[in-house]
Design a protein around this ligand. Sequence first.
Ligand SMILES: *[C@@H]1O[C@H](CO)[C@@H](O)[C@H](O)[C@H]1NC(C)=O
Ligand SMILES: *[C@@H]1O[C@H](CO)[C@@H](O)[C@H](O)[C@H]1NC(C)=O
Length: 307
Amino acid sequence: MDNSSQLIVLLGVLLLASSLFGGCFSSLQEEGHPRIAWPSELHPEFFLPNGNLTADRNSIITYYSSHTWLPGGGGVNYYGVEATLDVYNFDLEHGQVSAAAIWIVNRGDGHPSSLSAIQFGWHIFPWLYKDSRTHFYTAWMSGGVSGKGCMNMNCPGFHKSSSSIAPGHVISPVSHVGGQKSNITMRIFKEKYSGDWHIHFGPNGDSEPVGYFPKSLIPGLIDNPVEISFGGYVAHRKPRLSPPMGSGYVAYNENSAFFGNLKLIDQDGNDYTIDKDLPYTADMKGCYNPSVIDSAQFFYGGPGCID
Ligand SMILES: *[C@@H]1O[C@H](CO)[C@@H](O)[C@H](O)[C@H]1NC(C)=O
Ligand SMILES: *[C@@H]1O[C@H](CO)[C@@H](O)[C@H](O)[C@H]1NC(C)=O
């Protein structure tokens, strides 16, 4: 593992620890597990899909199954992405998370304190909602001296503009393997003139603007290139089992979950269909590996991992 992937593992684990252990919400901490110290103003649950990301620290384990567009390839830079993906649900418990997400990331100088990121998508996160339903969520993080960030509308940050869809809402109905299918379309882009990061979201082909992260909220994403990732992740804390990801089927199965209609968005708001494969992050155990991107689509997920 190189330094940068170790760093990201550590960061992901700290933040995950914050969420699974209860972080600053000590009343939600489960008995018998130590609380991980974390600045009280920071209570994001934030995970990064880059590097070699199976980490085991204090028995918290995270797996990713995602692709990443990396800036600096000599061509245009992109400041947004759109995808349509199917949505599932599982019965999970405290100490388990399963999600499908888009990440916008700038690593700053490489230290956790200079990391800036936006994440949104669907997830099942019983610790956060006290239910095991599938929710639409948004999250942001701005490192630096203050180290701020949070999820949904739990703190000021995301500006909601839709009266019908808000971060944290339950997504229903969801897809059933071999039966009815339900998808969502997600789009994020940096608006050229304001520099704000806008999010569109909606079910079954009807995405609509839901709000934006103001430029000033995340200074590290201003005038900087960003990494753009999309895919699934799961996390668990032993003795809970690693949960299903996607549809619960591995990629290359007829029942596996997908990200489709993938497009990158440039600084002028133009869409570019992703017509070639991109680097991917998979776990070392091969439990949830993503497929290659073909025709702007890939498959990801798995039933769980024995660890
Ligand atoms: C990830 O971990 C595997 C297994 O330990 C190793 O073979 C591989 O080189 C690592 N990749 C990176 C990018 O560190
Ligand atoms: C998403 O759902 C809509 C409505 O059911 C359907 O028309 C569309 O083909 C679906 N998209 C994908 C990529 O499956």
